[in-house]
Design a protein around this ligand. Structure first.
Ligand code: SF4
Ligand code: SF4
Length: 346
């Protein structure tokens, strides 16, 4: 199916965003204390769809919230009674602006897990009801390596509409899926010229070439995949993880990490059950009821993290569990980077 492509300029793009926000429940990066997180917005000046990747939190919490209440319950003589379940605030039809390509790709990585042996109905509904509009970065951050990984950053279908910044100062708005096409049709009155996908593709390729040349980090992921497979016993995991304080920030901020824990907070007979982020970097993560813990030391936990990202997930689903966004390196309080760890080990 051929989807629509429009050519416009910066002013036209602003109008497109304004109309989109006016007609849809919209989320976009909103600045607070110098960082950007995705929030519901009601007007364009509240947000910045072009926020820099290094300062923007992942879009993951809009699909897999950091901590959500599953239910409230009460225990009495009759047993346990569920007294409250919340309506999912993220389940409605919505548009998300300003999602970077790597972050959108992260959602495709999560899709495989949540549609695998157990279907997470909440996650599926949030995905089905969301239209993702992505913007490609103009320049790589020092910790980015997305163009080195196994997905086509240039022609990614991880989003529904992509915004292409041409080097010729033109902007191209291209639908990539039917959801994207429907959204574009629902924003009438914009005076855009219809453009051929070939022209937009050529401009996109030129922009990509300039973008790709701005990367400091390059990785041969096939070599990393192959060598890591045989590195389980490598002594290098120990020095590579020496400074880790097991704070889990890298996992919480990562667009593809998906571990969670279920906890109960109980006062007398009333309790609330939460689903919250967890991480394999936690010392207790693999602690068993009998007291045995197969990963009692951090080099083993870091080994699990690296192997899951570049070996185990790939064996199961055919792609890496890392999209090269560099968020973990930006946020780590002791400057550990997954890029450095895997390159040190292999
Ligand atoms: S963010 Fe850094 S210190 Fe914290 S768990 Fe990850 S690697 Fe360790
Ligand atoms: S491991 Fe780091 S670089 Fe890879 S996707 Fe997660 S946050 Fe991004």
């Amino acid at each position: 199916m051929n989807f629509s492509v429009f050519e416009t300029d910066k002013n036209g793009l602003q109008k497109f965003y304004e109309e989109t926000i006016a007609k849809n429940e919209t989320y976009a990066p909103v600045e607070k204390f110098g960082k950007y997180d995705y929030k519901k917005v009601s007007a364009l000046p509240e947000c910045d769809p072009d926020s820099p990747i290094s300062l923007t939190m992942s879009v993951k919490p809009l699909f897999f919230p950091r901590s959500s209440k599953i239910m409230k319950y009460e225990e009495n003589r009759e047993g346990t009674i569920i007294t409250e379940t919340d309506e999912d605030p993220l389940a409605g039809k919505r548009v998300i602006l300003g999602v970077k390509h790597c972050d959108a790709r992260g959602l495709q990585v999560l899709d495989r897990v949540y549609k695998w042996d157990y279907i997470d109905a909440d996650y599926q509904k949030r995905r089905e009801n969301s239209v993702i509009i992505s913007t490609r970065c103009n320049k790589a951050d020092v910790n980015c390596f997305c163009t080195s990984l196994d997905y086509d950053v240039e022609n990614s279908d991880a989003h529904d509409i992509r915004i292409i910044n041409g080097l010729n100062e033109k902007i191209y708005i291209q639908a990539v899926t039917e959801k994207g096409e429907d959204l574009l049709k629902g924003v009438p009155g914009l005076q855009f010229s219809v453009c051929s996908s070939e022209v937009a593709g050529e401009e996109s390729a030129k922009h990509f070439k300039a973008f790709d040349s701005s990367f400091r980090l390059k990785m041969n992921y096939k070599e990393v995949n192959e060598k890591l497979q045989n590195s389980f016993d490598s002594p290098e995991f120990d020095p590579a993880s020496k400074n880790c304080i097991s704070c889990n920030t890298c996992a919480f901020i990562c667009p593809t990490c998906h571990c969670f824990k279920i906890t109960d907070e109980k006062i007398k007979d009333t309790g609330i059950r939460y689903k919250s982020y967890d991480s394999c970097n936690n010392g207790y993560f693999t602690l068993m009821a009998g007291g045995h813990n197969p990963r009692p030391v951090k080099y083993r936990r870091w080994r699990q993290r690296a192997m899951h990202k570049f070996v185990y997930y790939k064996e199961r689903f055919g792609v890496n569990l890392c999209v090269g966004c560099g968020h973990c390196a930006i946020s780590c309080p002791v400057n550990i980077s997954i890029f450095d760890v895997v390159n040190q080990v292999v």
